[in-house]
Design a protein around this ligand. Sequence first.
Ligand SMILES: Cc1ncc(COP(=O)(O)O)c(C=O)c1O
Length: 356
Amino acid sequence: MEHIFDNKLNERISNGQLRSLNHFSSPIDFFSNDYLGLSSVKPKSISHKGSTGSRLLSGTSSISLVTEFKLAKFFDCEAALIFNSGYSANLGVYSCIPSRGDTIIYDEYVHASIRDGIRLSFAESLSFKHNDLTDLEKTLKKSKGNCYIAVESLYSMEGDMAPLRGMLNLADKYDAKLIVDEAHAVGVFGENGKGIVHARAIQDRIFIRIVTFGKAYGFHGAAVLSDEKIKQYLVNFSRPFIYTTAPSEDFYHRIQAVVFRKDIYSRQKALHDNLTFFREQESEMLISEPNSPIQVLRGVDLESLQIIAKRCIEKDIFTKLIFSPTVPKGKECLRFCFHSFNTAQEISLLKNILFT
Ligand SMILES: Cc1ncc(COP(=O)(O)O)c(C=O)c1O
């Protein structure tokens, strides 16, 4: 048995792909998901009560119910159900909602948590080419049973957005339901950070949204936004929701402190101003949407990317090359996350490294 582990680990070492846990304390942050600098917010109220059980036993505190009620109102939907993480929310949705005989059609670039949820489901699954409406339609024609389309509104490895309206039109045409993961979009886009779906005023046409608190909100946890019936169904049948200890009360206080804020607009504006400054420099290597907090550099060979990464690190800008299997082979890239708090000096330094 030891042999198998050694072989697999050695393979990663020789491919330069070994993952390890390191503490990074770079003074210049172009790598965290703390897009709006909210990780340092302190909630006004704190509770000293720990968790006492799962949500279906003793773990449903009044603050958990109030937080879900407020989230549903804020994101403009009937109901919200909080999960311990975005990972478990996606497992919880995809393993539970599509049944045997149904089809899940997913964008080839969806996050690992969606893929793992799909693997847990008894439904059939088919992928379609990233953001490609023609391929989506071709795939929809092959679907059987109830059909669900799984996408993200903003892709974290590309920094591009899904053509949600086109997808909704196809979903209507083929009687499919659209499930949108807004992990990287909430906070950053939309009025008060309500996300891309809300900014496009299509929330009533989306079957389920997944929002997470671990990116722009600088915390952790997630909520599934849906109608009341889907929430009730998840509470009854979604194993990642049912069979886990509920978060402690502080968790809910903090979600309220980071989501329902008056200063989201000014933080969004600072972030978008920073992106405008960064994108003043035209470059074909930048494949992301100009207003995406995730800016991805691709289109040069691996060796050049490695040189750029080394130059960044020499200047205290931590960045990591993204290899396969996180991205497909040949699509290796460098990824930079922008924040409301990055200074003009930091961005100029990065521009100098990337473009000169
Ligand atoms: C699109 C997407 N969905 C879900 C998740 C998982 O969320 P969490 O980190 O809260 O488990 C991530 C995390 O990287 C993500 O990028």
